[in-house]
Design a protein. Structure first.
Length: 352
């Protein structure tokens, strides 16, 4: 009797589901692989950072379930309208994580046998540590966003590679562009070294690469297609780009990003509208940027926005999905709660 009571207490703590109905689903390797290949699920690795770095399923977000702030981190990073496909080494920690998240309203799927079963089935793993978000375009094609660092974003779409503000080194982080495919298109917003890296651009460039930027960077690089605010460009039959304003308007900050010099970009890829704001504050022109599916908004004063400004900018742009980026040491964890009820899904990724 005592043993049964202890088991029930553990169940209440989320450590087992022996005393009650399991509140999540289990999946085998094939089931998880099918989920991971769609935009309907987010893949979550709940092992330690060390285990994750040794090899993980491509595109998985890493949040250690044994850390005391696991739930806070998970709820800031994971959307509730997606299925959360969870794995660990053998399936025990992921079952615990699935139970905890399901209790918070998430629809969770636990990989039976963990990554051990995944490897035994000869499924691929990677040591690439970049988080990946998957979306679907208007015609049903897959588009992937890789969170590289700070303001550097890699986009995969229909066999094409798009690099935005590629930078090889930012603080203590490095990005190895030599391990990535060459770019079909490179977009740079402005000249600051956390956005404009000549060597990274050269590493990603072939004779067919189109380098799109503002006039200042085109002059500094010695080539490129220069766009001014308001210009539009057709990159491919299903890819268009518009350069939009990006600037500071707070007194004492105007010198960082003067009005008219730098670009933000609105990319339309097969009907999916993506706003990459560049370095800017919550400028009034944002109210004219409508019909945005995915927005990347910067957050680190004095160069860009405070969290309050970012929230205001988000309510002007009204994207379906918002990625705070370029946030350095700014704490952006409170942004999701500040945008509750606005119909904006906030995803926190490693864009420090």
């Amino acid at each position: 009797m005592m043993k049964k009571m202890i088991t029930c207490i553990l169940a209440c703590l989320g450590l087992t589901t022996a005393c009650g109905q399991k509140n999540y689903e289990d999946a085998d390797v094939n089931g998880l692989a099918g989920l991971a290949a769609t935009p309907d699920a987010v893949l979550l690795d709940v092992r330690t950072a060390g285990e994750y770095s040794e090899g993980h399923v491509d595109g998985a977000i890493n949040i250690d379930v044994n850390q005391v702030d696991f739930l806070n981190k998970a709820m800031a990073a994971l959307p509730k309208d997606k299925k959360i496909a969870i794995y660990c080494r053998s399936g025990r920690r992921s079952a615990n994580a699935a139970s905890l998240l399901a209790a918070e309203g998430y629809q969770c799927i636990n990989l039976k046998g963990g990554i051990m079963a995944w490897k035994e089935a000869n499924m691929p793993t990677t040591t690439d540590s970049y988080e990946v978000d998957i979306f679907q375009t208007k015609s049903g094609k897959i588009i992937k966003f890789h969170a590289l660092v700070h303001a550097s974003i890699r986009i995969e779409y229909d066999g094409k590679e798009i690099e935005i503000d590629p930078v090889s080194k930012m603080g203590g982080k490095t990005v190895d562009y030599t391990s990535m495919p060459k770019a079909d298109y490179i977009l740079v917003t402005h000249e600051h070294p956390d956005h404009f890296d000549k060597e990274a651009i050269k590493m990603l460039t072939t004779g067919k690469t189109r380098f799109v930027t503002n006039r200042r960077c085109a002059d500094m690089f010695g080539s490129g297609e220069a766009m001014a605010n308001g210009d539009k460009l057709q990159l491919a039959d299903d890819i268009t780009i518009e350069a939009v304003p990006a600037y500071n308007m707070t007194e004492g900050h105007l010198q960082f990003h003067p009005k008219g010099r730098d670009n933000g970009y609105v990319l339309t890829i097969d009907g999916l509208h993506i706003y990459v704001a560049g370095d800017t504050e919550d400028i009034p022109e944002m109210a004219n940027i409508g019909n945005i599916d995915i927005a990347f908004l910067p957050c680190n004063q004095p160069y860009t926005m405070t969290t309050g400004q970012l929230v205001k900018a988000a309510t002007m742009v009204k994207p379906k999905v918002l990625f705070p980026y370029h946030y350095g040491q700014t704490d952006v964890s409170g942004i999701p709660s500040q945008l509750e009820g606005e119909g904006i899904e906030v995803r926190i990724r490693h864009y420090e």
